[in-house]
Design a binder for this molecule. Structure first.
Ligand code: G3P
Ligand code: CA
Length: 269
């Protein structure tokens, strides 16, 4: 028999690699989650949107221009919205060279490809449904891909997946469809509004610029939909000073482009 492992204090707060390790590799690519894995980070965050032909892809902006070479490949397709391109067209784009020539050839992953890599890397995911008002039905479609990729079984749902959005209706929909999944609302509702959010969100994930010791305490004082204290993961925390500040507030998670910087600051704490 083995002795029980020692409590892992480094699990609190969780460090979540925002769009992958996005200060070191192009955001929301497989290279960015691989980079996070190599640095030793289990939790990654991404952004999910939908193509013209109904495929889910991992990209932050509703336009392809900032993070791909779409303007060169399809010069006549302004304003180059994700929703106006097919998955096959998006698969032709280079999503790495804008970041560094070293990443030339990186692609915008489909959610299916992304989930395969998260699984392969033994990682855990905070999945953001981005701009859901542009994509009616994206909640059901996201759950279908997650289910097909084996992500809605009890073990993963219990401890390896959070679905979040800035859109409360979208999170309410996810909670209604699959009440077992852990959800997060992105924003900073007033303390008076928090109980309403706690009906369908397990987490209130706020910008670090908007929170205080008192706000974090108000979140922790409530129970979420699963009868456990409401949690808060805060974003986007990229400096040792901000890390120490939010750790002092008692946040549960730190979402960061620079997980190595945050880990180091937490060790010094
Ligand atoms: O996970 C929190 C953060 O990703 C929300 O903002 O714009 O980076 O998606 P954004
Ligand atoms: Ca995001």
């Amino acid at each position: 028999a083995h002795a029980a492992p020692a409590a892992v204090s480094s699990d609190h707060p969780l460090v979540i690699a925002h769009r992958g390790a996005s200060a070191q590799a192009p955001e929301n690519t497989l290279a960015a989650i691989d980079r996070a894995a190599r640095l030793g980070f289990r939790w990654v965050e991404n952004d999910v949107q939908r193509t013209k032909d109904g495929q889910l892809v991992v990209i932050h902006d509703d336009s392809l221009t900032r993070t791909t070479d779409v303007e060169e490949v399809f010069p006549d397709r302004a304003p180059w919205k994700v929703k106006d391109f097919t998955a096959a067209e998006i698969a032709r784009l280079d999503a790495g060279s804008w970041f560094s020539p070293r990443y030339t050839g990186a692609r915008v992953p489909t959610l299916k490809q992304y989930m395969n890599r998260v699984s392969h890397n033994h990682q855990k995911l905070v999945l953001e449904i981005k701009n859901p008002a542009l994509y009616p039905g994206i909640e059901q479609e996201t759950l279908k891909v997650l289910s097909n990729e084996g992500w809605l079984g009890p073990a993963r749902v219990r401890s390896k997946l959070v679905i979040q959005s800035f859109d409360a209706d979208s999170i309410r929909t996810v909670h209604a469809l699959r009440p077992d999944i852990k959800t997060g609302f992105l924003g900073t509702p007033s303390v008076a509004e928090l109980p309403a959010y706690a009906q369908f969100a397990d987490q209130i994930n706020s910008s670090h610029t908007t929170i205080s010791l008192g706000y974090v305490a108000a979140i922790h004082a409530l129970d979420g939909p699963h009868g456990k204290p409401l949690e808060i993961s805060t974003w986007t925390v990229d400096t040792p000073e901000d890390t120490r500040r939010v750790a002092g507030f008692g946040v549960d998670g730190v979402i960061t482009n620079k997980p190595d910087v945050v880990r180091e600051a937490l060790r010094e704490d």
